[in-house]
Design a protein around this ligand. Structure first.
Ligand SMILES: [Zn+2]
Length: 88
């Protein structure tokens, strides 16, 4: 069985750039907010669960406000399971 990494976003904050709208608020052709890419919120906390080691400590991964997760110190192939609708 392939080692599996499950990612969960556990907390968010409203995007300060667009105040949660996801765009620049223009009534004529609003532009998608660059900071949150139109989602209106940013990821502030992530839980990463490894099928081998269980929930990983914060030192084993890094993440961005857009929800990209980088695993640190993994030298084997893993299957990454991402949330289906993390922004819901
Ligand atoms: Zn935004």
């Amino acid at each position: 069985m392939t080692r599996q990494i499950t990612i969960r976003y556990t907390s968010f904050r409203g995007c300060p750039n667009c105040e949660g709208r996801g765009d620049d608020g223009s009534s004529w052709r609003p532009f998608e907010c660059r900071r949150c890419r139109g989602r209106g919120k940013l990821v502030t906390s992530v839980e990463v669960e490894d099928s081998v080691e269980g929930v990983l400590p914060r030192s084993r991964f890094d993440f961005t406000a857009l929800g990209e997760v980088y695993l640190l110190d993994f030298d084997e192939e893993v299957e990454v399971v991402r949330p289906k609708d993390p922004w819901g």
